[in-house]
Design a protein around this ligand. Structure first.
Ligand code: AMP
Length: 279
């Protein structure tokens, strides 16, 4: 597995692959890799001939009071794990390579990018859509792999990619969880031992609300109750716990709509997000 740090090297490698007739899969990450990330890499290596993983902690998607400075970073361990899993290329650019002095353009997805996470993390999805569109244009893969763990992010990236006519298939991959149900996340490392025992309650709350929504019960009431129970169980606060249309992320009363339950909640100083499908 080669490690490259410039867009020029990335382009050269990928264009060599494409001219040899290989299909190319891209897996964008911020590093601190775990089994959730590896599931995307495994899917890419299964479905395409060459897999490129990107590792870039994107400053544009962190708010001023968020954890950019302390976000876990271990490129050496990540590279070794990716090599073992059959990735062919690691693109690990510095900040100046991605955002050279004077760079000014950003990509926004109004609507989808303004609700839920967008409400609590203003600017977050503009940061995500900007970096992901750059990575897709830089590498020109046939397919790009994203986790349903960040469900709204997946919706925003699908919208952005369709709107910009990017010639890439966006592939959503299932959430990988700990045996007790906690969705794997690089930020789980912030949890204390006690918080870690409470954390799986988030998925349990989502499943409960999904069951109510699936049996055409009053899911608004169930969501309010589940949020209150999370706080009783030890969560510090709940930013949102809500049932939405699975594509538009709007509230809907259409009984035939495909639904998703999504939540973000604080456990001490750690913010956890998770979601489950209805039905
Ligand atoms: P991140 O490094 O947090 O930006 O995540 C990189 C990619 O891995 C994103 O597409 C995430 O949705 C995906 N991912 C993170 N955690 C998981 C998980 N537990 N299961 C599946 N995919 C995940």
């Amino acid at each position: 597995m080669r490690i490259v740090r410039t867009v020029q090297e990335l382009r050269r490698e990928v264009s060599d692959w494409r001219s040899s007739g290989f299909s190319v899969g891209l897996v964008p990450t911020m590093g601190a890799l775990h089994a959730g990330h590896f599931s995307l890499v495994e899917r890419a290596t299964t479905e395409t001939d060459r897999t490129c993983v990107t590792l870039f902690v994107n400053p544009k998607q962190f708010g001023p009071n968020e954890d950019f400075a302390v976000y876990p970073r271990d490129e050496e361990a990540d590279a070794e794990a990716l090599r073992d899993r059959g990735a062919n290329l690691l693109f690990a650019p510095g900040i100046d390579e991605m955002y050279p002095e004077g760079s000014a353009t950003s990509v926004s997805v109004p609507g989808l990018g303004d609700v839920l996470e967008g409400e609590f993390r203003p600017g977050f999805f503009t940061g995500v859509a900007t970096v992901v569109s750059k990575l897709l244009i830089q590498s020109m893969p046939h397919r790009a792999y994203f986790g349903e763990k960040d469900y709204q992010q997946l919706c925003v990236i699908r919208r952005m990619s369709a709107d910009l006519d990017l010639p890439v298939d966006i592939v959503g991959c299932p959430i990988i969880r700990e045996p007790d149900g906690l969705a794997l996340s690089s930020r789980n490392a912030y949890l204390s031992e006690e918080e870690r025992t409470v954390a799986p309650r988030l998925q349990a709350a989502l499943k409960y609300v999904a069951d109510v929504a699936g049996s055409t019960g009053d899911h608004m009431d169930a969501a309010r109750g589940a949020a209150a129970e999370l706080v009783e169980a030890g969560f510090t606060s709940v930013d949102y716990l809500t049932v939405r249309d699975a594509s538009s992320l709007e509230q809907t009363s259409d009984p035939s709509a495909n639904l998703r339950v999504l939540a973000a909640a604080w456990l001490g100083k750690t913010r956890l997000i998770d979601n489950v499908a209805v039905g």
